[in-house]
Structures are given as C-alpha cells and as structure tokens.
Design a protein around this ligand. Sequence first.
Ligand SMILES: [Zn+2]
Length: 74
Amino acid sequence: MAKRDSFGEFEATSLFCPRCKRATRTRRKLLLVLPSGNKYDYVCAECGTAVGGKMDNDPTDFYRTTAPPRPPQR
Ligand SMILES: [Zn+2]
C-alpha cells in the first residue's frame, strides 16, 4: 500500500455549502493532532468556505508526530 501524504490530502465528500447554496465537493484539512484523535476541517472545494468539521479517534498520528524517530544529526 502506498504511503499517504497527509498534507494536501483530498477526500471526495459532498457537503452542503451555504455560500454556493448547494452540495459541493469538499477538501479535508488536518487542523489539530491530539492525544484523543485528529481534528479535521472540511472546506468547500469551490469557494473555500468551511462547511464542517470532524474528529476521528485515532491517536496514531499524535504519537507518530510527537515521537519522531529522528536520530541526532551533525
Ligand atoms: Zn462553496
């Protein structure tokens, strides 16, 4: 399985956009990485209005982010 790039990740979700006054495709942005999970924001792909948010309860990214296997470099 290919490793996903978490920056600029797209998700084909449709949500109602109050500015476009119709359901549009949304972009998912990672807002916060917390011990309890990740917080995402959904924005309209056409006008950029925030149309919703989501928490997932997967702490994997948090621990990956806070404890990077980075050896000291010279
Ligand atoms: Zn819109």
